[in-house]
Design a protein around this ligand. Structure first.
Ligand code: FES
Ligand code: FES
Length: 207
């Protein structure tokens, strides 16, 4: 069966329908946009790991850092505070390269979240020398006793050595070796490290 509608009527009909449906769909889009604009801003789900402002007291100075709550103290020191003296060895608590002092007691900064030490005193290798450049007795003793070769482990060794004396574990060679056993040295400078600690101990006690 053939379509008997004249061509002009058919064209007018389809043009009218086309215009109607175009207007309808553009109105739908406008209404949707308006509804979206009027909707209250969606609250983004949080998982508690967003960066937040943390103030750390490092070597007697306040540092305001914006760090992820999962940022380790080691990364906060190196990547955010620009203090690269503290070294990253294993990043798993096995080598001691990242040792720093918190309130004068040693800790592994790779196993400590930066947010955990807010308001406490952090001391790194950069904070040992005096402001006039005079080295800490332990730093000087490491130099005088050749207690390092490549030097990569040395900041961690020195921070542990300072704690070894402060925490009262430097009475005998065996005690020193036991306390320092968490600080690995691939260059095997161990005997000279023990000598350096024995040398620095009375100087630290006098100071
Ligand atoms: S880097 Fe922290 S223990 Fe090795
Ligand atoms: S001095 Fe090279 S790793 Fe200790």
């Amino acid at each position: 069966m053939t379509d008997q509608t004249p061509t002009t009527a058919r064209t007018a009909w389809s043009r009218r329908n086309f215009l109607k449906s175009s207007v309808a769909s553009s109105m739908t889009v406008t209404l949707l946009e308006r509804a979206r604009a009027d909707a209250p801003a969606a609250v983004k789900p949080t998982d508690g790991t967003e960066p937040r402002s943390t103030t750390l007291r490092i070597n007697g100075r306040s540092h305001r850092l914006t760090v992820d709550t999962r940022t380790t103290l080691l990364d906060a020191l190196r990547e955010h505070a620009g203090l690269t003296g503290t070294k990253k060895g294993c990043d798993h608590g096995q080598c001691g390269a990242c040792t720093v002092l918190i309130d004068n007691r040693r800790i592994l900064s790779c196993l400590t979240f930066a947010a955990m030490v807010e308001g406490r005193d952090v001391t790194t290798i950069e904070g040992l020398a005096k402001s006039d450049g005079t080295l800490h007795p332990m730093q000087q003793a490491f130099i005088d006793h050749d207690a390092f070769q490549c030097g990569y482990c040395t900041p961690g060794q020195i921070m542990s050595a300072v704690a070894c004396v402060h925490e009262g574990h430097a009475e005998t060679d065996a005690e020193i070796r036991e306390f320092m056993s968490g600080n690995l040295c691939r260059c095997a400078a161990y005997p000279n490290i023990v000598d350096a600690i024995k040398h620095a101990k009375p100087l630290m006690e006098k100071a």
